[in-house]
Design a protein around this ligand. Structure first.
Ligand SMILES: Nc1nc2c(ncn2[C@@H]2O[C@H](COP(=O)(O)OP(=O)(O)O)[C@@H](O)[C@H]2O)c(=O)[nH]1
Ligand SMILES: [Mg+2]
Length: 389
């Protein structure tokens, strides 16, 4: 059984593939440069019969040329995005081996910078720095210190550095009589196994954070679209009463946001969803907010403009408050039974703060004279005023 994945990165030619073969105990990875020896994109490697209990992912090198390096980083990022999207725990990265070449310690700081850029998605995954080709015993301490210093300069990332292990993956012949034997491979396997449980939890945390960021981005996109639609409904007289069109729009918005946060329509969610719609459209809080905005002294704008601002603001505020409520349920902080909490949330979202924001848009538009593209301009103002901080 394999129970984790190790991502191996480092400049090309540092000895990643040779290292992987030494760890797996067989020649699985292509080595040695030249067109046949270069790993293309990404290779996912396992030992025969899974003797080594983790998968190793060999990557193309991080070339010294910037363009090529960004390409390599892009491949790693794409792989990580796809893996996270699949939601398959077996495609998480649990430990990262970052390979630097023992014979070129001047390049360590630059190489370690590239590592942090390429592995942002796995911001909590443990890192082992592998110093490859550590043929010279006397340079090992100096090399370890250089790695530590390079990490110390990266405040955010330094907590991920768990081990620095010098290795010789294949025996190295210095001259006829001096041969450096393989070294450090067992230590690397042991350290990787030891870090695996921590790496599993870190990967779960990072994937959860990634999914939440995507949900927030999707929710914000939806709220923006519905806000524009709301301002448009408010700005132009409709054959049907605006209130009817708006509450339909708001209900559609709330349902779309619910599905972003994986809240399904069923008996459990029914009351939660209807409470949101009710609070957002017919509640005392909502009515009070509308009267308060209409009563702002000294406003000098057409009724349709005022309606557009109010309608857009409601759609934006309901969207933001629902997205917040759904997120709390999604994260397990609240349940679909917490209706009192939900009512209070909407009451507060549609009270003073709401009137302040919508009121300031009213004043801005009133002072600026009648805008040409009423709904477009208003929806932009509303989006800015109600954007989630
Ligand atoms: N003797 C010896 N050669 C090594 C070692 N590590 C890498 N090499 C050599 O360095 C070259 C590049 O290694 P490779 O694994 O293909 O690097 P990669 O591009 O990072 O995958 C090859 O010629 C390897 O044989 C080692 O530990 N010992
Ligand atoms: Mg290689």
């Amino acid at each position: 059984m394999v129970y984790g994945n190790v991502l191996v990165i480092g400049n090309s030619g540092v000895g990643k593939s040779t290292l992987i073969n030494a760890v797996l105990g067989e020649d699985k990875a292509r080595t040695g440069g030249g067109s046949s020896g270069v790993t293309k994109d990404i290779d996912v490697l396992v030992s025969t019969d899974n003797k080594v209990p983790f998968r190793v992912i060999d990557t193309i090198g991080f070339e010294p040329s910037l363009v090529k390096r960004y390409k390599a980083i892009g491949k790693v990022k794409k792989w990580s995005r796809d893996a996270a999207k699949d939601g398959d725990p077996d495609t998480d990265i649990n430990v990262i081996w970052f390979c630097v070449e023992g014979t070129s310690k001047k390049l360590f700081p630059q190489a370690i910078q590239a590592l942090s850029d390429a592995t942002k998605l796995w911001e909590s995954v443990p890192v082992i720095v592998v110093i490859t080709k550590s043929y010279s015993q006397t340079e090992r301490d100096e090399n370890i210190k250089t790695v530590q210093n390079a990490f110390a300069m990266q405040k955010k990332y330094s907590k991920n550095l768990k081990e620095i292990i010098p290795v010789v993956a294949e025996q190295y012949r210095i001259n006829d009589t001096v041969i450096v034997p393989p070294d450090g491979i067992d230590e690397l396997i042991d350290a990787t196994n030891r870090l695996m449980p921590e790496g599993k939890m870190a990967a779960e945390k990072d994937v959860a954070a990634f999914k939440l960021r995507r949900k927030r981005a999707m929710a914000n996109g939806l709220i923006g679209t519905f806000t524009t639609a709301g301002a448009t409904v408010g700005a132009f007289p409709m054959p049907v009463a605006d209130a009817v069109v708006l509450s339909t729009l708001e209900a559609t918005e709330v349902n779309a946001l619910a599905s972003v946060y994986e809240i399904r329509h069923d008996e459990n969610s029914k009351e939660f969803l209807s409470t949101i719609i009710e609070m957002g459209t017919v509640s005392i809080a909502a009515r009070a907010a509308i009267s308060a905005i209409k009563a702002i002294p000294g406003i000098n704008i057409a009724a349709s403009v005022l309606d557009a601002i109010i309608a857009g603001s409601f759609v934006a505020a309901i969207g933001q408050a629902s997205a917040f409520a759904f997120e709390q349920v999604y994260l397990g902080e609240k349940t679909l039974d917490d209706l009192d909490w939900l009512r209070k949330l909407f009451e507060s979202e549609l009270s003073n703060d709401f009137v302040d924001k919508a009121g300031s848009i009213v004043k801005q538009v009133s002072e600026g004279g009648a805008p040409k593209n009423v709904s477009g301009m208003i929806s932009e103002l509303v989006k800015v005023a109600f954007a989630q901080k």
